[in-house]
Design a protein around this ligand. Structure first.
Ligand code: KG4
Ligand code: ZN
Length: 353
């Protein structure tokens, strides 16, 4: 099955063409194909283009929705052209487009573009509305040889960490999941972005904090680890952000690298501790990590070491697929189509898992 996928939920305009193992055969065999596909999904990314708006939003220190929408409208046809000068030849079996969560005006640009190109180039091809968070959750499948490990993956604990979400899931299979907890206020990526701003680092702050932290002492300042010792699986990052603000107010001459390293350590400590506790409690055979913050090498390294101790698999997307992209939306769209999940093609900024 060839999936043409479109992602415009935030500040990246992305289109990808992904091939999933096996085209869906004739209707009678559909169920078997679905079972097989959900057991052993295999993907080949044929095209993956992203037009980033980071430079445009940088002066605002965050994403400016009206500007983002305008840029998506301008960039979508250009990105499609990069994928193919002759879109007709792409011959997708389905089109997947992000319907949420995200910025509503931005989501609409993707949905409307999907409808437009369907009419123009791909009449009869079904459009599948995909959940951006499922895209992140499944993004490791783009580069993992899942078939080899299928028997040993579940139950799994999945940590999704992005600019808008911090979610911990228990997964019994690829498609059966239970939310264990999530952030009660700021997302962890958001706290990286806000702390970066306090120490004059550009947007997006996550990679900048990580870079600066390598030259700092993570034990220099004892920032709080919010909710670390609470027995639930929820998170909170707004208090941590505020304590950095107060620390800076009271100690304006502190070395910024120490601030970055100490803040990063505090934030990651909580993520790792709660994920590890969940993995123990549910006897997880794997830990999945995804979302933009999964690009953080310290987080990857620590969770990898935890998984090793637990004799669990550690699965995270390769570096190209942590932050927003359309290849992951193709994977979510493919799995949804096997599940026969039909979402309305309407922007839903609060769509959750
Ligand atoms: O998944 P993503 O691209 O967009 C959302 O769905 O939100 O995540 C973006 C977030 C931003 O907050 C960014 O600062 C953070 O991911 N991020 C990082 C790193 N790279 C990106 N956070 C920490 N360390 C990084 N290396
Ligand atoms: Zn995202």
């Amino acid at each position: 099955m060839r999936i043409l996928a479109i992602e415009t939920s935030c500040d990246e305009t992305a289109i990808a063409l992904v091939e999933a193992t096996g085209r869906l055969p004739a209707l009678s065999a559909n169920r078997q194909a679905a079972r097989q596909g959900l057991k052993n999904p295999q993907f080949k990314v044929l095209k993956n283009e992203i037009s980033s708006q980071i430079e445009i939003h940088r002066p605002y220190g965050g994403v400016f929705p009206a500007l983002a929408k305008r840029e998506h409208l301008k960039n979508l046809p250009l990105v499609l052209k990069k994928i193919s000068g002759q879109p007709k030849n792409l011959k997708p079996d389905i089109i997947a487009v992000t319907v949420g969560p995200g910025l509503e005006p931005c989501l609409w640009t993707g949905i409307n573009f999907a409808k437009e190109i369907k009419e123009k180039y791909f009449p009869g091809v079904k459009i599948i509305g995909a959940n951006h968070l499922e895209g992140h959750l499944y993004s490791f499948l783009l580069t993992t040889n899942y078939k080899l490990q299928a028997k040993n993956l579940f139950p799994a604990i999945a940590l999704i960490v992005s600019g808008g979400h911090t979610i911990l899931l228990l997964m019994k299979s690829l498609t059966e999941r239970k939310k264990l907890g999530e952030t009660l206020d700021d997302a962890v990526g958001e706290s990286f972005d806000k702390v970066a701003r306090m120490i004059d680092l550009p947007y997006p702050g996550g990679p900048e904090i990580e870079k600066l932290a390598t030259g700092g002492n993570p034990d220099a300042i004892k920032f709080p680890r919010p909710m670390l010792n609470q027995k639930n699986y929820n998170f909170s990052f707004s208090g941590l952000k505020t304590s950095v603000l107060y620390y800076l107010r009271d100690n304006p001459k502190t070395n910024k690298a120490d601030i970055a390293a100490s803040f990063q350590k505090a934030a990651l400590d909580v993520l790792v501790a709660k994920t590890t506790r969940a993995a123990y409690a549910f006897k997880a055979k794997s830990i999945f990590l995804s979302g933009g913050v999964a690009a953080n090498k310290e987080l990857r390294k620590t969770l990898q070491a935890t998984s090793y101790k637990l004799r669990a698999n550690f699965l995270a997307p390769s570096m190209a697929f942590n932050t927003d992209n359309a290849a992951m939306i193709a994977v979510a769209g493919y799995i949804n189509s096997l599940e026969k999940k039909n979402r309305r093609l309407i922007a839903n900024s609060n769509l959750n898992l």
